[in-house]
Design a protein around this ligand. Structure first.
Ligand code: SF4
Ligand code: SF4
Length: 299
């Protein structure tokens, strides 16, 4: 079973809730942090060092051969991203912002002067969490574009760990938004749990994330975080009802959450008797049902 946790919008507490759910589940899974721009699931799970690290080669950049360049400036004029500069009489590419589109290579009048070269765009790493399950995480280098390929490689590594260790599940903490990383997270999964806050902007974003889930024809579930911060707002409930999405939990706002983050522990470990922990424990029971192939109904 491959389960994805997604939100559409950042800052709704997705990774915080995910860390606590992972803490509570039986250790028969590998966790994947698929937010390579801001990976923090490892931090929330107390990971301090990575056991293995692999370079991710995902970007291509244009390189100008200064020996054969005739300084005509056509590449400079035609680069759609304006990343070629004239420095001390030479045309040079800013590798940090080059998109690798190869327009410059196509317009250059001197064959072979501009070539596309591969560059590292980040790392994928693996750690053993202190809670008895492995985590795969990735981190993009500064200036590198977000990449679905990076998430696909993370999932491949996670799959090989599952085979090696006889693990039954992969649980993916997706990036925010609906970009390539999210599509690569949700694509091929068996179910997606969406997390949203009761605000119009979170509703709008989770609806967009749900469209991705619908595209892949996967079952979706909803968790409402900070469910009590906007009691007059019923938009999430009405939307979930309309779309037939079971709400598998409502988590109240609780200052125990930031306090647990300051000690780098899942809130269910740091403050097991808090109201937020009790709500997450009930959600973990429903996630267990989903992992066992059952479809839990509304709470
Ligand atoms: S590959 Fe594209 S973005 Fe990079 S320098 Fe050439 S034209 Fe510009
Ligand atoms: S188009 Fe080719 S030859 Fe002209 S400046 Fe650019 S790299 Fe040099």
């Amino acid at each position: 079973m491959q389960l994805v946790i997604a939100s559409g919008k950042g800052g709704v507490g997705k990774s915080t809730i995910t860390a606590s759910i992972l803490y509570l589940l039986e250790k028969d899974f590998v966790a994947v942090d698929a937010d390579a721009e801001a990976p923090n699931l490892g931090l929330l799970l107390g990971v301090r060092e990575w056991k293995e690290e692999r370079e991710h080669i995902g970007a291509k950049v244009a390189v100008i051969n200064q020996e054969s360049c005739v300084r005509c400036g056509i590449c400079y004029e035609r680069c759609p991203y304006g990343v070629i500069k004239l420095l001390e009489g030479r045309y040079v590419v800013n590798e940090l912002t080059c998109e690798g589109c190869n327009v410059c290579g196509l317009v250059c009048p001197v064959p072979g002067t501009i070539s596309l070269e591969e560059r590292r765009s980040g790392v994928i790493r693996m750690a053993e969490t202190p809670y008895g399950f492995p985590i795969i995480s990735a981190q993009l280098d500064v200036g590198r574009p977000e990449s679905g390929k990076l998430v696909t490689e993370e999932k491949e590594w996670a799959r090989s760990l599952m085979e090696e260790r006889g693990l039954s599940h992969m649980i993916v903490d997706s990036a925010a938004g609906i970009g390539c990383q999210v599509i690569a997270s949700i694509g091929g999964a068996d179910a997606t749990v969406l997390i949203a806050e009761p605000t119009p902007s979170s509703l709008s974003d989770v609806m967009r994330a749900h469209k991705v889930v619908q595209h892949f024809r996967e079952p979706a579930y909803l968790i409402i975080n900070k469910a009590d911060i906007n009691p007059g707002f019923r938009g999430l409930h009405e939307w979930a009802e309309r779309e037939g999405i079971p709400i598998i939990g409502e988590v109240p706002y609780d200052p125990a959450v930031p306090r647990s983050m300051s000690v780098m522990k899942p809130v269910v470990e740091a403050f097991p008797d808090s109201k937020v922990s009790r709500a997450i424990m009930a959600i973990a029971d429903r996630i267990r049902d989903i992992l066992n192939g059952d479809r839990p109904g509304r709470v």
